[in-house]
Ligand binder design. Structure first.
Ligand SMILES: [Zn+2]
Ligand SMILES: [Zn+2]
Length: 280
């Protein structure tokens, strides 16, 4: 089983556990036998575009964030390899700022949660409705971001399902667009565990003692990973990896269960067909 994870947040973003220090995440990783990890907290914005509160660190907090990780990297170098990074989002006009963030860190992962609408307001998955043109714009943003040459992983490529009810023609088209871009630029796609953890474990710490019916009810609320998305992805020549998207105490310790649930959702046939990477 994969023993690396390149998707870790910190309390600085404002919506991760406040009592979980950077070091606490590392101790959980070491306990789970991980050998290679990255911190990829939500990237700060030089000029504020995302007006939501509790979504990302302030731009000035970068130094504390990076120095804390570098200190821990040194402290735990015998046990685990630690990378610095950010989870970024592409917006036209932000190219230079994103390249600056890349220059400060080891890896950037693209976690595209929004696009500009025609009036340059943010449209956010899970909060707003998207029409077909806007979904295509989302897929185009991903392609534009890949083109910059600074992205190492596409996080939760199926997050657009947060705003969709069914998997129909447009969802299929968006999936093909994303997979074609990933294949062209050789960017691994992440099977993300964040939504599973949020919907299944976070408010149900007693998950194991639930009945099968109760478990299935919770699982039916999971929007990604999406089974159809990954079925289509498995027909492309792309690399994939799991991503914990850690925000909470104990989340990393649930890794084995999260892998099993994700595999169940996607289906064994598809999982067996997917090309999992050994390391980045
Ligand atoms: Zn987050
Ligand atoms: Zn994330």
């Amino acid at each position: 089983m994969q023993k690396f994870n390149y998707h870790t947040h910190t309390y600085r973003c404002g919506h991760a556990d406040y009592n979980q220090s950077d070091e606490d995440y590392i101790l959980e990783y070491i306990k789970m036998g991980f050998k290679d990890i990255a911190f990829t907290d939500h990237a700060p914005e030089k000029v504020k575009i995302d007006k939501r509160t509790n979504m990302r660190m302030n731009y000035q907090e970068r130094e504390d964030y990076l120095s804390s990780i570098k200190h821990l990297k040194e402290k735990y170098k015998e046990n685990i390899n630690i990378k610095t990074g950010y989870e970024i989002e592409y917006l036209p006009g932000e190219e230079e700022n994103l390249k600056e963030l890349k220059n400060e860190t080891d890896i950037l992962i693209l976690g595209q949660h929004f696009i500009y609408d025609d009036n340059k307001n943010l449209k956010i998955f899970g909060r707003n409705e998207f029409n077909n043109d806007e979904l295509i714009r989302y897929a185009n943003y991903i392609d534009e971001a890949f083109k910059l040459g600074i992205v190492s992983i596409l996080a939760h490529p199926d997050i657009f399902m947060l705003s969709m009810n069914n998997f129909e023609d447009i969802e299929e088209k968006i999936t093909h667009m994303i997979c074609k871009s990933a294949e062209k630029y050789n960017i691994p796609l992440e099977i993300n565990f964040g939504n599973i953890y949020g919907r299944v474990f976070l408010w149900n710490r007693n998950y194991d003692s639930l009945t099968l019916e109760e478990k299935n009810e919770l699982l039916s609320r999971v929007r990604y990973p999406n089974r159809r998305f990954w079925q289509i992805a498995s027909n492309y020549d792309i690399k994939v990896l799991y991503g914990i998207d850690a925000h909470f105490k104990g989340q990393i310790l649930s890794y084995d269960k999260l892998v099993n649930i994700a595999n169940d959702i996607i289906g064994k046939d598809t999982i067996d067909k997917l090309n999992f990477i050994d390391k980045l």
